[in-house]
Design a protein around this ligand. Sequence first.
Ligand code: AMP
Ligand code: TRP
Length: 335
Amino acid sequence: MSKQRILSGVQPTGNLHLGNYIGAIRNWVEGQNQYENYFCVVDLHAITVPHNPATLAADSYTIAALYLACGIDLTYSTIFVQSHISAHSELAWLLNCITPLNWLQDMIQFKEKAVKQGENVGTGLLDYPVLMAADILLYQADKVPVGEDQKQHLELTRDIAVRLNHQFGNGQTILKLPEPLIRKEGARVMSLTDGTKKMSKSDPSELSRINLLDTKEAIAKKIKRCKTDPVRGLEFDNPERPECHNLLTLYMLLSGKSKSDVAAECQDMGWGQFKPLLTETVIQALQPIQEKYDRIMASKGYLESVLREGRQKAEAIANQTLAEVKAALGYSQPL
Ligand code: AMP
Ligand code: TRP
């Protein structure tokens, strides 16, 4: 039996942080040998918020290099840049025309981001989940590993696929319905400055997140200043202590220890003892990623060849799905 197919992506907006790593990329790496994997840098999504044209291309390369540095293995996985394959934009248009407006207006992430942008909300921000649906459906992906915040977009993707199949499939399945793959632990890494908010690239405070490329000094400073509480003895799962739960979870996931071991180790600790331990654990976990990243970035030709081959492999699948959708919608063949 052939392997199930995975597709996922991250936007090249700002640096990748521990939330992206723990919620998404680490899971891609762990499962990759069981699947046929496609990981894209979703640079078309990156312009749904104000962006800098001078850095967009370089930022996309950085994300692709970080995929490799985090352990994405080209034996099992294909890495490519979304904008290099025009089928993504084209399918997004076709799907737009079968997606009811109110489905998009109901998306939580749209509402949150729209509030931040005030009067200047672009159509792209509203339409963002349709492009995401196109990313996934083009590859007929079985599973989509993401953080918890993307669950609603996955449900929308399925709804769009059902609608297209129903309206235009003539009883056939044109687009496969994908399943989200969301891990329980770490699916929502919280901000270091507020344990009730998710860690996010768009938080104005750099102190709220640890980036994968942060220096040791920056990591130490951020953990030193992070929000805690006045209680002695650390514990998981106390809703009154969201920061405590978040920091213990980070320690557990990055040290590789089990939850019960961490709970026992930290139950009598104060923050003064725990923070240096967490700092050391984060630095140790990120060091190999940073070293590998530096090696990859030193060889731009290599990265370009990865993305070129990635594009070729991905494009063949994407174009085939696009052709099937266009045929179902009744388009003529280009002459
Ligand atoms: P983005 O940074 O929005 O492009 O997100 C890329 C991936 O990281 C998606 O799969 C998100 O669900 C995941 N992600 C982003 N922020 C977090 C977070 N704070 N905790 C867990 N996963 C996250
Ligand atoms: N919307 C996702 C995010 O912000 C990024 C994304 C775009 C994505 N296309 C995708 C994730 C396809 C998974 C699959 O995190």
